[in-house]
Design a binder for this molecule. Structure first.
Ligand code: TXA
Ligand code: MG
Length: 373
């Protein structure tokens, strides 16, 4: 266990970070220590990607199984050349268009990247983040930075420094606080190491934006439509184990991104969702539970069904017509509901397009794979 007695939070200007503060954090990275830092997607927990002992500290601090590989962050083309052994031709136009930004590419692993970065795989996942603090930190460290999301394993990802402090406080020496992460969900992962480009995770870059450059692309994750088609196989949902078998990406567990409260995800058309929500919430309130609701702005009338809201806490991350806003606020909404101490959260399936696919993917995993109606 990497127990550090105190965790400092260093506030940095997200658009123009103070070079001395960045250098302080970069020195820790170079010394083999961990630093949590903001990216445009979520906060990352960084270590020198060339140093196997430093990378091992990430797994310890997060309580993450060694079978779950981490993403390497670079700040330049020269650094990419030290991380990946080679670049498939499709990598060039994708990098040109989407870097820096929330697209992670899985590539053949270069010799300087120790096996524990990639859980022993011959590949490495790499991206160039667009957040100025992340770029400045990597450049000042002069080494690529291996960084998973800066939360305890399988829990809700952090989009603020406070979220990081709540889950990793006492376990790491430093958190760079660059404000709240803009995109709010993790990067899209595209595997370019095989014959067919394959999406391993929905994320900040919508797959619709990748289609013209990668028309052959395959979706290697189960989608909402697959889950709806498999409904009727019982209401108990799938187990972690069966979900895991359906996932080709290592570490993409079906139970993931989970708040402390149990989460129920409701599907259907808008009317069905709201009726089911009212029915399910009424049952739990009668059972005496404190309930959290994570609603779209358009669902707010559900609250009218509950004149006494003493057992309800509600957050609304945004409109069904502004999924970027919902993604930005999604994890913060889950953290907020957990902070209220609710025992159960009810939420809805969002429109399954663009960044909505990433929103639904995270909610499905937080709900252990079940969509109810
Ligand atoms: O937006 C993001 O990607 C954030 C920020 C910090 O950059 N990072 C992030 O890391 O989401 P993490 O550890 O929470 O997710 C990493 C996932 C792994 O669980 C695995 O599914 C996939 O990336 N991955 C990493 N290396 C891989 C590899 N060599 N092959 C296939 N999948 C890989
Ligand atoms: Mg994560």
């Amino acid at each position: 266990m990497t127990v550090t007695s105190t965790t400092s939070i260093l506030k940095v200007d997200p658009s123009a970070p103070n070079p001395a503060d960045i250098q302080h954090a970069a020195d820790l990275i170079r010394n083999g220590d961990l630093v949590a830092f903001p990216t445009e997607t979520v906060y990352g927990l960084g270590a020198n990607a060339f140093n196997a002992d430093a990378v091992a500290k990430i797994y310890l601090a997060k309580g993450r199984p060694a079978t779950d590989p981490v993403i390497v962050h670079v700040a330049s083309a020269a650094m990419l050349a030290e991380v990946a052994a080679s670049l498939p031709s499709l990598a060039h136009p994708l990098i040109e268009r989407f870097w820096p930004g929330p697209l992670t590419l899985v590539l053949p692993r270069g010799k300087r990247i120790p096996p524990n970065v990639s859980a022993g795989l011959p590949t490495v996942a790499v991206r160039m983040p667009s957040h100025p603090v992340a770029l400045a930190l990597i450049a000042a460290a002069g080494v690529p930075i291996a960084a998973p999301s800066a939360n305890l394993f399988a829990r809700t990802s952090p989009t603020t420094a406070l979220h990081v402090m709540e889950s990793l406080g006492g376990r790491i020496p430093l958190i760079l606080d660059g404000g709240s992460a803009l995109v709010g969900v993790e990067s899209t992962i595209l595997d370019l190491s095989g014959d067919t480009p394959t999406i391993l995770r929905f994320g900040g870059v919508p797959i619709e934006a990748l289609e013209d450059l990668a028309p052959e692309m395959r979706i290697g994750v189960r989608q909402l439509a697959d889950r709806d088609a498999s409904r009727g196989a019982g209401t108990s949902g799938e187990s972690d184990e069966s979900g895991e078998k359906a996932m080709p990406a290592p570490g993409m567990l079906i139970t993931h991104y989970a708040p402390r409260a149990r989460l129920t995800l409701i599907g259907g058309d808008d009317g069905e969702i709201r009726r089911a929500m009212t029915r399910l919430v009424r049952d739990r309130i009668q059972a005496g539970e404190m309930i959290g609701l994570l609603l779209a702005d358009e669902d707010r009338d559900v609250l009218l069904d509950f004149p006494d809201q003493s057992q309800i806490r509600c957050v609304m991350p945004g409109s069904l017509r502004d999924l970027d806003q919902v993604a930005h606020s999604l994890y913060a909404a889950l953290h907020t509901l957990d902070g209220y101490g609710v025992v159960r959260i009810f939420t809805r399936v969002f429109p399954d397009e663009g960044i909505g696919r990433a929103i639904n993917d995270r909610l499905i995993r937080a709900a252990s794979g079940q969509v109810v109606r």
